[in-house]
Structures are given as C-alpha cells and as structure tokens.
Design a protein around this ligand. Structure first.
Ligand SMILES: NC(=O)c1ccc[n+]([C@@H]2O[C@H](COP(=O)([O-])OP(=O)(O)OC[C@H]3O[C@@H](n4cnc5c(N)ncnc54)[C@H](O)[C@@H]3O)[C@@H](O)[C@H]2O)c1
Length: 272
C-alpha cells in the first residue's frame, strides 16, 4: 500500500527544461553573461524582457541582431527591451508596470546588472562605494521586491536568480566595495528566500569566478589574470554559457526545492 513516503512518488521534473509560455526579466540584459542566458532562454521557448541602462541605448540593435541570428530571425518577436536605470526606485516601478503590460505574466527574474571598480580599500571614495552598492545591491533589492510584490498580488509562483560572485565569499584584493555589495546580495537573497517561499517564490544566487566577458577582462587581463587562473583548481576562467546553464536550472522546475542557495561556479577557487 502507498504511503506518504512512497519512493515512487515524483515531483514531475521537466528534464527538457522547457520555458514555453514563460517570460523572464533579465537586468543588465545586454551584458556578457546576460546575452548567453538570453540565448538559452530563447532556445527553450521563453520570452524575454531585457532591461538595460540609458548609457547602453546604442547597443539595443546589435544585441537584438545577435539574438535574432540564433534561429533564423524568429526571436525578435519574443524579446522586448526596456530602458531603465535600475538604481532609481520610481524608474524600476514604472518599468515593471510596462513589462507587465507587455507580457501580462512574468515567471522569472535574473538580476545580471553589475558594476566593478577595482582599487585598494584605502583609496575607495564615497562616490565609488555608493555606485557599486547601488548597482550590485540596491538595484537587485528594488527589482526583486517590485517583482515579488506583483507575483504575490497575482498569487503566482516565480523564480529569482541574483548573480553574486566568488568575491562575495572570499577576500580578493581591490574588491572592497564590490565584495561588500555582493556579500550583501547573498544575505538579502536568503531573507527573501525565507519570507517568500510560502508564496512559491524561489530566490537563489549564482557565484561565478572570473567569466570571459568585458567585466572579467576589465578586472583580470594579463599577468594578473594568469596568476588568478593558476589558483583555480580547474585551471581556467568560466564561459558565459556555463553561468547561463546554472541560471536555466534555477528558473526551471528541477530546482523547485533549491531556495536561498548560493551556487558556486568557480572551478573550485573557494574550496581551499
Ligand atoms: N565577468 C565576471 O568575471 C563576473 C564574475 C562574477 C560575477 N559577475 C557578475 O555577473 C553579472 C554580469 O556580469 P558580466 O560579466 O556579464 O558583466 P557585463 O559588464 O558584461 O554586464 C553587466 C551589465 O550591467 C549593466 N548595468 C550596469 N549599471 C547598470 C544600471 N545602473 N542599470 C542597469 N544596468 C546596469 C551594464 O550595462 C552591463 O550590460 C554582474 O552582476 C557581475 O557582477 C561577473
């Protein structure tokens, strides 16, 4: 006779990780990791609301062309772009309303916007501190809460993935403000995960090592990068699609029991 603990019971994990009928918001939507994530979301049949800052306006067309080239031009119908400085509360609220008018329901949010400025701790100015906290911590706070509010009001489940960093968990020189923001992001994610679980909202972080993007290059080119690589047990930096693959897992139902976790994608950098 079947019991509650019947090991033949199944949750119904969708191993195809289909996103057909789902819409996903991606902030920093034209960044390196975001673009790889966008491609995978589109391949899985999802729709995209890409949020980008005013200073990136001229990238819209080339980014859309890049996505469109993926599968013979059909993707442009599935993608909408929204210009917003996500560090400004009013702009975030207005943008979310615009996104909801376009997509009616949104199922997942990926916070990929980020900014780093490297300098010794002793030299960090108040302005730089404020900017890195604003983009890496305050903006995810604003976007996550605006998104969760509409999910809860509409009694809909959802998934949130915040991109943190290995720097959130381990000291890396010249990363004072960035590390402070990303470590805050880990803590913020856990509290959101705890409070919103009863509404069916999963909130998690992924924490990459150096990724092959403009941001990775800015921080780790040359000898400094080679030195860093030698400390990563896997002996290399991460590709953008390796981060995107983890994000896909976290926004599909195979991860429904993962909540408040930080998925390290660091080739083992933080294990010793
Ligand atoms: N590349 C790495 O080595 C690495 C490592 C660990 C974590 N990360 C994190 O991954 C995420 C994506 O990084 P990436 O490497 O793709 O960087 P990227 O520089 O390619 O993309 C970051 C994006 O954030 C956007 N952004 C910056 N300020 C913004 C604002 N005020 N409003 C809206 N958008 C804004 C930028 O326009 C850019 O498109 C970031 O959160 C970053 O901190 C990156």
């Amino acid at each position: 006779m079947a019991t509650k603990y019947d090991d033949k019971l199944r949750h119904g994990v969708d191993l195809s990780q289909s996103l057909v009928g789902k819409a996903v918001i991606v902030t920093g939507g034209f960044g390196g990791i975001a673009m790889a994530t966008n491609e995978i979301i589109l391949q899985k049949g999802g729709h995209l609301a890409l949020v980008y800052p005013p200073f990136e306006q001229e990238r819209v067309h080339s980014a859309l062309d890049q996505l469109d080239a993926q599968e013979g031009g059909k993707f442009s119908q599935c993608v909408e772009c929204f210009c917003c400085d996500i560090t400004i509360p009013k702009d975030v609220e207005e943008t979310l309303q615009k996104i909801l008018r376009r997509f009616s329901n949104v199922d997942a949010l990926v916070n990929s916007a980020g900014y780093v400025h490297l300098e010794p701790a002793i030299d960090v100015t108040f302005e730089q501190w404020q900017k890195q906290i604003a983009v890496n911590l305050t903006a995810p706070f604003l976007v996550c809460t605006a998104f969760a509010r509409q999910l809860i009001e509409n009694k809909r489940a959802g998934k949130i993935v915040n991109i943190a960093s290995q720097a959130a968990s381990i000291a890396i020189e010249n990363h004072l403000a960035y590390t402070s923001a990303k470590a805050g992001l880990l803590g913020m994610t856990k509290v959101m995960a705890y409070e919103w679980a009863s509404h069916g909202i999963n909130v998690n972080t992924v924490s990459p090592t150096v990724v092959l993007t403009p941001m990775g290059e800015k921080a780790w080119q040359g000898e400094k990068g080679e030195n860093m690589k030698s400390k990563i047990p896997m002996g290399r930096f991460a590709y953008t699609d390796e981060i995107a693959a983890a994000i896909l897992f976290l926004i599909t139902n195979g991860s429904d029991m993962i909540n408040g976790a930080d998925i390290m994608i660091d080739g083992g950098y933080t294990i010793y």
